[in-house]
Design a protein around this ligand. Structure first.
Ligand SMILES: Cc1cc2nc3c(=O)[nH]c(=O)nc-3n(C[C@H](O)[C@H](O)[C@H](O)COP(=O)(O)OP(=O)(O)OC[C@H]3O[C@@H](n4cnc5c(N)ncnc54)[C@H](O)[C@@H]3O)c2cc1C
Length: 483
């Protein structure tokens, strides 16, 4: 397929999954697309790698299949046959020195029934949940920190032992600061309508139960699994999307940081990357918030300041390969760690037990990973590799009895890995979008906006691309034809 060199030219800054998804959408709609990635490789937080010769994900590893975007993109770029449901999703919580099965019947750790958390919470903690029914209805206003709200209604133990570790897994953040409206929107809306939090949780659970067999899960034909992986790694998705962009005539450049944006007349842009100056009819900024803020500063100072204030959590993933025969039986897919217990690791995933493709790739090995670091713990992430490995092994031994030495280890640092969504985040994003939309042909996308998960990043990219496609159709009805 040849590029239509007369169509509108769109430059996408950032080659993470958001930038790639935007470029893909635009290229398929017939736009000339140039994607500029600052680093030497595409994918951002998606990274396929290997340990002891076995393939593994060294970054993001699973796709939420309840939302359609990620699964649909994987299918569109030819990875449909490689989508894999986890072998097991039975996780534990390492709490007060024991691995306790993760309770069922909760929404992001908030139980719909106090007995759902028997065994994990103390008797006093379980009793405290019942107070929710006695308290007067709370006014949660336009947003509230999920930790503070849940602690008020059901006690701190629910937050410290369930909500915090679960949210920590997604945001590497602090439940007492994270926006309930942004992080758990369905529960936030339900909590506004119901007098108690318990009633709100039950309403969300019931609404979930009425979605036919989990809409997207059923459509995947993969047993209605809530999460899916990709054989070879979720980290293979960026390369497949890039191939599809090139096949549709798009151009992708790496080692090409966008360093400045300039207006050319009322609608056009010049995109500067080192010595290169590209002329564009539209631009998608799909970088993290910091670089987007710098590029927007001359054109939308207020939006730039808002984006510049978005904080990020850094984390490290410690991937360990053991001889399978050296290990004790480990339960399920891994475990979460409540920070209140003061351990170094915040979670561990038993990759060889969770993903068939990891087990098949190295039948004699057992691969697992731990994660270290959350918002405000920058120093943890920058400890020496050997230190992080030793701390991981110490915690693994205490949690599971694992005493073996690994045959290989890899530490992957994700500095600025996850944007934080504090109370008011969605209003901030609305203000940024409004200011950016006043600039013709400019859009933003990525993890800093509507959700940090891969499907949410893709959705924000599609939104940006669709708005550009719609505008170019209005200004030039012959442009943006479908290929
Ligand atoms: C360790 C880890 C594990 C995760 N696990 C999961 C998971 O299992 N499932 C899930 O759904 N989500 C997961 N997430 C979250 C998810 O992976 C990310 O939120 C998402 O991939 C972010 O995509 P993005 O395109 O918005 O940003 P990024 O991946 O950050 O990509 C942005 C790109 O922009 C580039 N860039 C920066 N500045 C410039 C510039 N000036 N010019 C050009 N390019 C620039 C960067 O180099 C980068 O490649 C995880 C995140 C981390 C850190």
């Amino acid at each position: 397929m040849n590029a239509d060199t007369t169509g509108p030219h769109v430059v996408v800054a950032g080659g993470g999954i958001a930038g790639l998804a935007a470029a893909h959408r635009l290229a398929l709609a017939g736009h000339r697309v140039t994607l500029l990635e600052a680093g030497p490789r595409l994918g951002g937080k998606l990274l396929a790698g290997e340990i002891a010769g076995a393939p593994v994900d060294l970054g993001a590893e699973s796709l939420l299949a309840r939302r359609p975007e990620a699964v649909a993109l994987a299918r569109a770029v030819g990875l449909g046959d490689r989508l894999q449901a986890p072998v097991t999703t039975t996780a534990s919580v390492w709490s007060r020195g024991a691995l306790v099965p993760m309770p069922k019947g909760h929404v992001m750790g908030v139980p719909g029934d106090a007995h759902a958390v028997d065994g994990l919470l103390s008797e006093e903690g379980v009793r405290r949940i019942g107070r929710d029914g006695e308290l007067p209805p709370a006014d949660i206003g336009e947003d509230i920190a999920i930790g503070a709200y849940v602690a008020d209604r059901m006690g701190r133990e629910v937050v410290d032992r369930l909500v915090e570790p679960l949210l920590g897994g997604v945001y590497a953040g602090d439940a007492y600061r994270i926006s309930m409206r942004a992080a758990v929107p369905a529960l936030f809306e339900a909590a506004r309508r119901h007098p108690t939090l318990t009633a709100a949780v039950r309403a969300v659970q019931q609404a979930g139960a009425t979605v036919p067999a989990d809409a997207a899960g059923a459509a995947t034909g993969l047993g209605g699994s809530v999460f899916l992986g990709i054989e070879g790694g979720v980290g293979t998705l960026p390369g497949a999307v890039a191939d599809a962009i090139r096949a549709a005539g798009g151009t992708i450049l790496t080692d090409a940081p966008v360093t400045a944006l300039r207006r050319t007349g009322p609608t056009g842009w010049q995109v500067v990357s080192g010595d290169r100056v590209l002329t564009a009819d539209a631009v998608v900024l799909a970088t993290p918030a910091g670089p987007a803020a710098a590029l927007l500063a001359p054109h939308a100072p207020a939006a730039s300041a808002e984006l510049g204030a978005v904080a990020y959590a850094s984390m490290a993933l410690v991937t360990l390969a053991f001889r399978r025969s050296d290990l004790p039986a480990l339960p399920g897919s891994g475990f979460l760690v409540p920070p209140v217990d003061g351990h170094t690791i915040k979670a561990s995933t038993f990759s060889s037990q969770k993903w068939g493709w990891v087990a098949d790739g190295a039948p004699d090995l057992f691969v697992l990973r731990t994660s270290v670091g959350r918002h405000g713990e920058e120093e943890q992430v920058h400890r020496e590799d050997a230190d992080l490995v030793a701390a991981s092994l110490k915690d693994l031994a205490a949690a599971t009895g694992l005493a073996a030495r690994p045959v290989a280890t890899t530490v992957t640092r994700w500095t600025g890995g996850l944007p934080q969504y504090p109370v008011g985040h969605l209003d901030r994003v609305a203000r940024v979008r409004e200011a950016v939309a006043a600039l013709p042909g400019l859009r933003v996308a990525g993890a800093a906006y509507d959700g940090v998960g891969i499907p949410a990043c893709i959705a924000s990219a599609h939104r940006a691309a669709d708005e550009i496609i719609a505008t170019s159709k209005r200004t030039d009805p012959g442009a943006g034809h479908s290929r």
